[in-house]
Design a protein around this ligand. Structure first.
Ligand code: SAM
Length: 133
């Protein structure tokens, strides 16, 4: 495991983990849409979409350029910034992400049971993005 990945895994919470991952790389995921999304959504009537975990914003861009109203959410501010820039480069309106802040709503822990009957304590993270002003 190289040093970069080691540091990322040392991040002690999900928000730090994802933010570090996004910052370390110029581009983590492609800024193109997932083929399955495009194939599925092109048969639907455009409406409102929530892109939860938008990453570089590829799906957001595809939806917005196909007349969907998209709310893009990501735990990592860098991802939101890249999504916003991608939208701007494509002539799409985007909100001023500096005025939005990710907030952790809850971190419930529960015991999960795997397919082999093994158990582990897992943490579910619920995140919302709230406008400050
Ligand atoms: C595997 S990437 C996928 C990115 C994008 N949807 C795509 O398909 O290219 C997962 C994304 O979800 C974000 N993410 C992870 N946990 C999250 C959470 N709890 N709330 C919001 N976003 C989260 C990460 O920052 C990352 O951008």
């Amino acid at each position: 495991m190289d040093e970069c990945i080691r540091e990322i895994h040392a991040a002690n919470d999900a928000a730090s983990f994802w933010e570090q991952l996004h910052r370390r790389k110029g581009s983590v995921w492609k800024d193109t849409a997932n083929p399955l999304l495009a194939e599925t959504a092109r048969h639907l009537t455009p409406g409102h979409a929530l892109d939860l975990g938008c990453g570089e914003g590829g799906d957001t861009r595809w939806l917005a350029t196909h007349e969907w109203h998209v709310t893009a959410v990501d735990i990592a501010p860098t991802a939101l910034q890249r999504t916003s820039r991608l939208a701007a480069r494509n002539g799409l309106e985007s909100s001023d992400t500096a005025r939005w802040t990710p907030q952790r709503l809850a971190t419930p822990q529960r015991v999960a049971t795997g397919p082999g009957g093994q158990t582990a304590t897992v943490t579910d993270t619920v995140v919302a993005v709230r406008r400050l002003a």
